[in-house]
Write a protein that binds this ligand. Structure first.
Ligand code: SF4
Length: 453
């Protein structure tokens, strides 16, 4: 039996994370006409909607950062940004059906708590003024404990905040210095205590494995610290080292980055420790307490994957607002300008700041279903796809099934005449396993993706 470690040499190739299919690399130039028609056609009366707001400002740069950020200490930048968010919302509203229902709101960044309590209050009032909220709204915010205060939490809680995600990454001081992010453990504990004190009982902690100087021992310290925090959910992302796309990552010492075998050990350490502590392993990189909605969604086969990771909201259109944000409508993806000046300029010109997009064709829709089913549920029954899309699975995907054979021989997959099932070992490499179903994998340079291990 081949061990996971022995497989890293073969499988450690650049492949997408498949938070969408096709991936953002496939998006082409798009104009306002595509965006306007997509909103008009695809969000109808009663359509559930999720709002994603990208709040890009951060006070200092973490050297591993892969997000779209604007580093500044000028607090008034956020006032101007909120002005432009309102312009964007007003333009969007021309085509947004008034009967839409907002069921989810997510603030990501950047650092959403870069905004002061007063700025957050203004932003919340803006959203409440322009969008129709459903009776129950899941409202989550990504917080950086550095600079989080009670007033910010109080404002958000008063406007319905019910999920918090805390960026921890790693608690080891040597790792923190190497990534330019100093964050003492007490600061994390204080953030969680403040959130719980405000009644926010669904708390997620984000960790990253694969950072400079991380070892299984140091990562165990981080895991111990996280378990002391007793979060409801834990996310463990593999650090994506793509310095040709994220120049700040060149500041990291490449010699200090753990190699693929250590990265795999870190991932496995997290899986072992968190599941031993009673968390359920969700998808490929999330953990949740057994009673958590993510666990229940996984059991019910209702887990869903989108640009924010795993979600319990399937069939919901995501409207992305702010620079670089991506909207995911049923068959159209749209991406906003990636640069703050371009975002502002397009809005000043009176047009939606959409620069890229993609309309899925019939084949994309089938492949998306196959890839997301495996990424979420780790199993695929062919008859479900056949009935839904009127195809014969083994004919339609004969080439892809042939490419599965080496994975099957190595014990990563079990295949039958009517199904594919990912094994526990295969779960460590799911991105590789679904890759053959990606039609565009044959034509796109793999340099745009991070390595799978
Ligand atoms: S706080 Fe988050 S978004 Fe900002 S630089 Fe650090 S990792 Fe990037």
């Amino acid at each position: 039996m081949t061990t996971p470690k022995e497989l890293t040499g073969w499988l450690n190739a650049p492949v997408p994370r498949y938070t969408s299919y096709p991936t953002a690399v496939q998006f082409g130039p798009a104009d306002e006409a595509l965006a306007r028609s997509a909103y008009r056609e695809q969000i109808t009366d009663g359509s559930p909607v999720s709002l994603y707001l990208h709040l890009p400002f951060c006070k200092s740069l973490c050297w591993y950062c892969g997000c779209a950020t604007v580093i500044t200490r000028k607090q008034d930048q956020s006032d101007r940004y909120i002005d432009y968010l309102e312009k964007e919302i007003l333009l969007l509203k021309r085509d947004l059906h008034p009967g839409h229902r907002v069921v989810q709101i997510h603030f990501g960044g950047g650092t959403p708590n870069f905004l002061t309590a007063a700025q957050l209050e203004r932003l919340m009032l803006l959203l409440e003024k322009h969008f129709n909220y459903a009776q129950e709204v899941e409202f989550g915010v990504e917080f950086d404990p550095r600079g989080l205060d009670r007033d910010q939490i109080a404002v958000l809680a008063a406007h319905g905040l019910n999920r918090a995600s805390i960026g921890i990454q790693d608690v080891n001081p040597v790792v923190q210095e190497a990534i330019h992010r100093i964050q003492p453990e007490q600061m994390n504990m204080n953030a969680i205590a403040m959130l719980r004190g405000a009644g926010i009982n669904s708390i997620n902690t984000d960790l990253i494995y694969g950072l400079p100087h991380q070892t299984p021992d140091s990562y165990n310290e981080t895991i111990d610290a996280v378990l002391r925090m007793d979060p409801d959910r834990i996310t463990t992302f593999g650090y994506a080292h793509v310095p040709w796309m994220k120049p700040a990552q060149k500041l990291l010492d490449p010699e200090a980055l753990p190699g693929p075998e250590v990265r795999l050990e870190l991932l496995q350490t997290g899986i072992l420790r968190f599941t031993e502590a009673g968390y359920r392993f969700i998808g490929i990189d999330h953990f949740a307490k057994p009673g958590d909605e993510l666990s229940r969604a996984q059991d019910a086969g209702k887990l869903h994957r989108n640009f924010q990771g795993y979600s319990t909201h399937s069939g919901v259109s995501i409207i992305g607002l702010g620079m670089t944000s991506i909207s995911q409508l049923p068959v159209v993806y749209l991406q906003n300008a990636r640069d703050l000046d371009d975002y502002y300029r397009m809005l000043d010109e009176g047009r939606l700041p959409v620069i890229k997009g993609y309309r899925l064709n019939d084949d994309d829709i089938i492949r998306r279903d196959v890839i997301m089913t495996l990424m979420c549920g780790l199993e695929l029954q062919f008859d479900r796809i056949e009935e839904k899309y009127n195809i014969t699975f083994t004919d339609y995907f004969s080439e892809e099934l042939e490419k599965m054979e080496p994975f099957r021989l190595k014990g990563l997959l079990v295949t039958g005449s009517d199904h594919i099932r990912v094994t526990e070992t295969g779960r460590l490499f799911v991105r590789n396993l679904v890759h053959p179903f990606d039609r565009y994998s044959r034509t796109i340079s793999r340099n745009v993706y991070s390595k799978s291990v």
